[in-house]
Design a protein around this ligand. Sequence first.
Ligand code: PMP
Length: 417
Amino acid sequence: MNPLLSRASRLIPGSIYGHTSPILSHPQTAPAFAIKAKGARYIDADGNEWLDLMCAYGTNILGYAHPTVLEAAIRQLHNSDCLNHPTPLMLDLADRLISLTQFAAWAVFAKNGTDVTTYAIQVAREHTRRPKILSISGAYHGTAPWCAPSIAGILPEERRHIHTFPWNDLNHFHTLIKKHHNQIAAIILTPFHHPNFAPAQLPSPDFFPTIQNTCRQHGIQIILDDIRAGFRLHHRGSHKIFNLTPDLACYGKALANGFPISACLGAAHLRRAAERVFFTGSTWHSAASMAAALATLDLIEKNNIPQFLHQQGLRLKNSLEQLAAQHSLSFTLTGPPAMPTPHFENDPSLLLLQTFTHLLMRQHVFLHPHHNGFLCAAHTDYEINEIIHRSQIAFASLKSTLSQTHPHTYPHPTTHD
Ligand code: PMP
């Protein structure tokens, strides 16, 4: 066993826990620890260089260790990070986000996505004085008891007022609206559906407009969870491309290009409720992340990064889908091209997908089999060409593996190293 992993299993419950666990991707092939990263590449603890399509699960949007962002953060670090008081950077960042997103009148800051999605539902409950929250089955909003994917340590009563329905299923949505009349405080939605272990789904044309009209009629607050997609699809926030006007929106991940910070933004009518909800954390006013966020947002807007990510993602998608078709494999990159989720048709056990991503990892391209990938500004044509070239090798190898195997049984990835 990898010595770092055996140390981890001795010291840390679950070894490497949560979304970065190699057990969720390829325990034998995926790196377990990383040492450093620059641009769109990183070095694992064994000294191997990886071409990265995961971007630290979305925190990297401009390229790892971006010099302008680093400079802004380091300048502040020399003046200290956590002080007795917030620095005026908090106001600059609030101003910037409010003017960018346009629907919002105020902002608060924390560290993790979970901090702000949980705060958003509290604000909606406080404003409406109603208990219930609607959400989408299989959506991820964090690790708090109301939304964690596992039930360990969570009481059923902590979820009694959370009601889910499938993405794009408006009939089910209307049934819940009727059933819980005058009881629903908010609906929480991601801009597109990105469940694990499944292809991504975009909203159908009538999904957001119907939800928006119905929620306005019933006084239900709309919370946009833009933690994962925020500032990747549109520099003003993802509601801009999907024509949705939320009452509350949550941002994190890409907001400061990897420096820890999250934000909840809200419409003017929620200000009083927002003031009443107790919200704080020992490091939440740390100033370096705010400086990094301001620098990141400037660069995203100035260089129209969402447009670049879309264009590079589209080339990657078209090329990989064409390469797969040449090998008679029905493979797609689903979801927005800037956040591609790999998918094979007729692959109910996901073994085709696992074999392909394993073979890609053998080429030192890091793409997760069960989580959407991410592009960043450092995925220049050079990197995209290299990923396409290595994917070509992976598809050819997948095809030859399949042709040597019974058509309905696919080998376990590790048997073909
Ligand atoms: N919402 C969404 C859509 C997310 O993707 C995530 C993180 N993957 C979260 C909330 C929670 O964010 P964090 O991990 O920073 O708590």
